[in-house]
Design a protein around this ligand. Structure first.
Ligand code: HEC
Length: 137
């Protein structure tokens, strides 16, 4: 056996170790990302639901507004985030939303964006306006 032969084997071994280490760390980071996502879903959802409930007064249950307010259910999440940031920094004029947005952290806005974008649009169940006929006979 020559020195060159051992050098080649040593080089291949080191190379294989590096590839193995890289794949193990990749697998671990993929698992870590999954863990964060599921942790987020489990721990943050009640908080996000509470925040979303505060929007229901004007934007309806789960974002299904009935009386002409903006429907948030099924909203595009990046559009939602942009509007909330614009309300927050004052670049979008608002009557009330500058107050609501300022109370929210950007992380909360992102989670609300995810929450509302995933809500189903429910057709309005509000009754048709009743037309009363007055009789003066
Ligand atoms: C008191 C009523 C009220 C509440 C509560 C309220 N909103 Fe609004 N929202 C409005 C009004 C009114 C507008 C139109 C902009 C304005 O004049 O402030 C609006 C606009 C928006 C828009 C922009 C919609 C579009 O189509 O561009 C988003 C997004 C939004 N609200 C999200 C929320 C979120 C999230 C909450 C809860 C944290 C919330 N709103 C709470 C009244 C309200």
């Amino acid at each position: 056996m020559t020195n060159a032969y051992f050098t080649t084997i040593r080089f291949n071994f080191i190379w294989l170790c590096a590839v193995f280490a890289a794949s193990v760390s990749l697998a671990f980071s993929a698992n870590a990302a999954e863990a964060v996502i599921s942790l987020t879903n489990q721990t943050v959802t009640p908080h996000v639901r509470t925040l979303a409930a505060s929007c229901a007064a004007c934007h309806g249950s789960n974002g299904n507004a009935v009386a002409g307010s903006a429907v948030l259910a099924g909203i595009n999440s990046s559009y939602f985030t942009k509007q909330m940031i614009a309300f927050k920094d004052g670049s979008r004029p608002a009557t009330v939303m500058h107050h609501h947005s300022k109370g929210l952290h950007e992380d909360e806005i992102n989670l609300l964006a995810l929450y509302f974008s995933q809500q189903k649009i429910v057709p309005s169940l509000s009754p048709k306006p009743q037309i009363l006929k007055a009789s003066h006979d």
